[in-house]
Design a protein around this ligand. Sequence first.
Ligand code: ZN
Ligand code: ZN
Length: 352
Amino acid sequence: MDTEHAYQELGLSPEASDAQLKAAWRRLVAAWHPDRNPAPDALQRMQAINKAYQHIRQLRDAPDTAQPETDPEQASEHQPQPEQEPEQEPEAQPEPDGAPAPHVRTVRLSLEDTILGCTRSLRGHFTHTCTTCVGTGQRVLAQACSTCRGSGAIRKPTLFGWLWNEEGCPDCSGDGRQRAPCDDCDSTGEVRVAYHRRVRFAPGMRSGDVLNVPPAREGAADVRLELKVEVEPHPFFKLDEHGVLRCEMPVNGYAWMTGRWVEVPTPDGLQHMRLNREATVYRLAGKGFPQGLRGPRGDFLVKVVPVFPPLGDPEQERLLDKLIARSNEAAEADDTQPLGQWQRTVKRWSGS
Ligand SMILES: [Zn+2]
Ligand SMILES: [Zn+2]
């Protein structure tokens, strides 16, 4: 990098003071840091800015105009290192294809959405530093500043009128170059980007999964979304650590004892299931959570907890007595029934 180009990179003239140099560098680093600037070339610009700054610093720190000693250890001692050196933050590196830094947001999905897959309409907005003016709100022109005629300083008469004070030119920050308002950001230095995307979430996403949405043009900017999935807790479906969907539900103990049908909620809706008094856990094949992203559905395990409601009124007592008496009669008539065999044995024994 030659010296003239280095000054151009920082928007400075070679006459700029050390303070102006440092201020320009700080401002540009803040504007172009890839963590904050989603522009595709932010990292590249940041590196060019740092290179230019180090080049000028080396020249200025050298004892005379000769080439500085190239002792890297010594050089780094009095070379102010940028606080946010992008090379030291690999996670801030943009994608190798030059895609813009993503806009990160969390998307909350219901458990059913993650099982069946879903489409979400996502709207939002964010601001980023204007790439035209690198956040200054002004464009730097080639011609000399009209206020100071390119000198970077203005002279002001003192109170007595016969002394002059030299001050830094307020219109060009002392670099002597003409400024014009930036039209791309209305001189605010920031550009607001609104986006509206329809995003498909494949079945099988879990909490903590990240979905990278390919970049798309939104107004004047390329918007890339990085979506972090957060699954909302469900009132009765539970996904265990092995990815097995489970549900525990109370059932009427009388219905369970007598093998009745009950309605069971599944991710696909209510389903009829026949109870069996030999079992409290039931496997509904293919009704569970996907095995891997877009994979086949696993099984859904339903655990029933038989509950015996108290017999609250005489009518219920009477019905239950009737049920017991009737079923005893049927048992006595059947030789193969253990209950009937027992009753006949006891009858014989007691001699009745
Ligand atoms: Zn601008
Ligand atoms: Zn000026």
